[in-house]
Design a protein around this ligand. Structure first.
Ligand code: SME
Length: 163
Protein backbone atom coordinates (compact mmCIF):
# COMPACT_ATOMS: atom_id res chain seq x y z
CA UNK A 1 0.00 0.00 0.00
CA UNK A 2 1.08 3.59 -0.52
CA UNK A 3 2.78 5.02 2.54
CA UNK A 4 0.50 8.00 2.69
CA UNK A 5 -2.66 8.68 4.67
CA UNK A 6 -5.75 10.24 3.16
CA UNK A 7 -7.79 11.98 5.85
CA UNK A 8 -9.82 15.10 5.05
CA UNK A 9 -8.51 17.79 7.38
CA UNK A 10 -11.98 19.28 7.81
CA UNK A 11 -13.72 15.95 8.56
CA UNK A 12 -15.27 15.56 12.00
CA UNK A 13 -13.82 13.11 14.50
CA UNK A 14 -16.05 10.13 13.60
CA UNK A 15 -15.40 10.64 9.90
CA UNK A 16 -11.66 10.80 10.51
CA UNK A 17 -11.77 7.45 12.32
CA UNK A 18 -14.01 6.00 9.61
CA UNK A 19 -11.47 7.05 7.00
CA UNK A 20 -8.49 6.01 9.09
CA UNK A 21 -9.48 2.49 10.15
CA UNK A 22 -9.51 0.86 6.68
CA UNK A 23 -6.19 2.55 5.96
CA UNK A 24 -4.76 1.16 9.20
CA UNK A 25 -5.96 -2.29 8.19
CA UNK A 26 -4.27 -1.90 4.80
CA UNK A 27 -1.11 -0.59 6.43
CA UNK A 28 -0.66 -3.61 8.68
CA UNK A 29 -2.03 -6.21 6.28
CA UNK A 30 0.78 -8.46 5.14
CA UNK A 31 3.17 -7.28 7.85
CA UNK A 32 3.55 -9.64 10.78
CA UNK A 33 6.15 -7.71 12.76
CA UNK A 34 4.40 -6.30 15.82
CA UNK A 35 6.85 -3.45 16.43
CA UNK A 36 6.55 -2.28 12.82
CA UNK A 37 2.75 -2.33 13.03
CA UNK A 38 2.56 -0.55 16.39
CA UNK A 39 4.99 2.08 15.06
CA UNK A 40 2.86 2.79 12.01
CA UNK A 41 -0.39 2.80 14.00
CA UNK A 42 0.99 5.37 16.45
CA UNK A 43 2.32 7.51 13.57
CA UNK A 44 -1.02 7.32 11.72
CA UNK A 45 -2.95 8.34 14.86
CA UNK A 46 -0.57 11.22 15.55
CA UNK A 47 -0.79 12.42 11.94
CA UNK A 48 -4.59 12.21 11.92
CA UNK A 49 -5.37 13.77 15.28
CA UNK A 50 -2.24 15.73 16.25
CA UNK A 51 -2.43 14.68 19.90
CA UNK A 52 0.48 15.48 22.21
CA UNK A 53 1.43 11.83 22.68
CA UNK A 54 0.14 8.54 21.33
CA UNK A 55 1.72 5.16 21.71
CA UNK A 56 1.98 1.80 23.32
CA UNK A 57 3.24 0.13 26.45
CA UNK A 58 3.72 -3.63 26.27
CA UNK A 59 3.66 -6.15 29.13
CA UNK A 60 7.15 -7.60 29.70
CA UNK A 61 8.22 -9.43 32.85
CA UNK A 62 5.25 -8.16 34.86
CA UNK A 63 5.76 -4.51 33.90
CA UNK A 64 4.52 -2.24 31.14
CA UNK A 65 7.51 -1.23 29.02
CA UNK A 66 7.50 1.69 26.59
CA UNK A 67 6.88 0.53 23.01
CA UNK A 68 6.42 2.44 19.71
CA UNK A 69 5.03 5.95 20.21
CA UNK A 70 4.89 9.45 18.77
CA UNK A 71 5.45 12.52 20.91
CA UNK A 72 7.76 13.66 23.68
CA UNK A 73 9.99 11.18 25.49
CA UNK A 74 8.10 9.20 28.12
CA UNK A 75 8.59 7.06 31.20
CA UNK A 76 9.89 3.65 30.19
CA UNK A 77 8.36 1.33 32.80
CA UNK A 78 5.02 1.29 34.62
CA UNK A 79 4.04 -1.24 37.28
CA UNK A 80 0.75 -3.16 37.41
CA UNK A 81 -1.94 -1.00 39.01
CA UNK A 82 0.14 2.22 38.81
CA UNK A 83 -0.94 5.33 36.93
CA UNK A 84 -3.64 5.31 34.30
CA UNK A 85 -1.80 2.75 32.18
CA UNK A 86 -1.15 0.30 35.02
CA UNK A 87 -4.76 0.66 36.19
CA UNK A 88 -6.15 -0.06 32.71
CA UNK A 89 -3.92 -3.15 32.66
CA UNK A 90 -5.04 -4.28 36.16
CA UNK A 91 -8.76 -3.67 35.49
CA UNK A 92 -8.60 -4.81 31.84
CA UNK A 93 -10.78 -1.82 30.97
CA UNK A 94 -10.45 1.42 29.05
CA UNK A 95 -10.00 4.54 31.17
CA UNK A 96 -10.90 8.04 30.05
CA UNK A 97 -9.37 10.74 32.27
CA UNK A 98 -10.76 14.16 31.26
CA UNK A 99 -8.54 15.91 33.83
CA UNK A 100 -5.39 14.11 34.94
CA UNK A 101 -5.26 16.18 38.15
CA UNK A 102 -8.37 14.30 39.23
CA UNK A 103 -6.87 10.83 38.74
CA UNK A 104 -5.01 9.87 41.91
CA UNK A 105 -1.66 8.31 41.01
CA UNK A 106 -1.57 9.66 37.47
CA UNK A 107 2.01 9.44 36.19
CA UNK A 108 2.99 12.77 34.63
CA UNK A 109 5.42 11.83 31.87
CA UNK A 110 4.85 15.27 30.37
CA UNK A 111 3.64 18.28 32.33
CA UNK A 112 1.83 19.42 29.16
CA UNK A 113 -0.58 16.46 29.25
CA UNK A 114 -3.90 17.35 30.88
CA UNK A 115 -6.26 14.70 29.53
CA UNK A 116 -5.70 11.03 28.73
CA UNK A 117 -7.25 7.82 27.41
CA UNK A 118 -5.77 4.37 27.96
CA UNK A 119 -7.22 1.33 26.20
CA UNK A 120 -6.03 -2.20 27.00
CA UNK A 121 -4.89 -4.53 24.25
CA UNK A 122 -5.89 -8.15 24.71
CA UNK A 123 -4.36 -11.29 23.26
CA UNK A 124 -6.65 -13.86 21.63
CA UNK A 125 -7.21 -15.52 25.02
CA UNK A 126 -8.43 -12.24 26.53
CA UNK A 127 -5.29 -11.49 28.56
CA UNK A 128 -4.02 -7.89 28.61
CA UNK A 129 -0.71 -7.78 26.72
CA UNK A 130 -0.32 -4.03 26.35
CA UNK A 131 -2.05 -0.68 26.36
CA UNK A 132 -2.67 2.10 23.86
CA UNK A 133 -2.22 5.50 25.51
CA UNK A 134 -3.30 8.89 24.15
CA UNK A 135 -2.44 12.20 25.83
CA UNK A 136 -3.75 15.65 25.00
CA UNK A 137 -2.53 19.05 26.11
CA UNK A 138 -6.15 20.27 25.89
CA UNK A 139 -9.19 19.47 28.03
CA UNK A 140 -11.72 19.59 25.19
CA UNK A 141 -10.21 17.15 22.71
CA UNK A 142 -10.57 13.59 24.00
CA UNK A 143 -14.00 12.06 24.63
CA UNK A 144 -16.03 8.85 24.55
CA UNK A 145 -15.93 8.75 20.73
CA UNK A 146 -12.15 8.34 20.94
CA UNK A 147 -12.58 5.52 23.47
CA UNK A 148 -15.03 3.77 21.14
CA UNK A 149 -12.72 3.91 18.12
CA UNK A 150 -9.47 3.31 20.00
CA UNK A 151 -11.09 0.08 21.27
CA UNK A 152 -11.74 -0.90 17.64
CA UNK A 153 -8.06 -0.23 16.86
CA UNK A 154 -7.10 -2.32 19.90
CA UNK A 155 -9.19 -5.20 18.48
CA UNK A 156 -7.44 -4.85 15.12
CA UNK A 157 -4.12 -5.28 16.95
CA UNK A 158 -5.44 -8.37 18.75
CA UNK A 159 -6.22 -9.82 15.33
CA UNK A 160 -2.53 -9.48 14.39
CA UNK A 161 -1.22 -11.27 17.49
CA UNK A 162 -0.04 -14.85 17.22
CA UNK A 163 -2.10 -16.20 20.10
N1 SME B 1 0.18 9.17 32.18
C1 SME B 1 0.40 7.75 32.10
C2 SME B 1 1.86 7.44 31.90
C3 SME B 1 2.26 7.30 30.47
S1 SME B 1 2.45 8.74 29.67
O1 SME B 1 1.26 9.57 29.74
C4 SME B 1 3.00 8.58 28.15
C5 SME B 1 -0.12 7.05 33.33
O2 SME B 1 -0.55 7.68 34.29
O3 SME B 1 -0.09 5.82 33.34
Amino acid sequence: MAEELFIAADADKKDKYTLLIPQLNALIEGEEDLTANLANISAALKETFGWLWVGFYWVKNEELVLAPFQGPIACTRIKWGRGVCGTAWKDAKSIFVPDVEKFPGHIACSSSSVSEIVVPIFDKQGKVVGVLDVDSERYDVLDSTDVEYLEIISEIITGKLEK
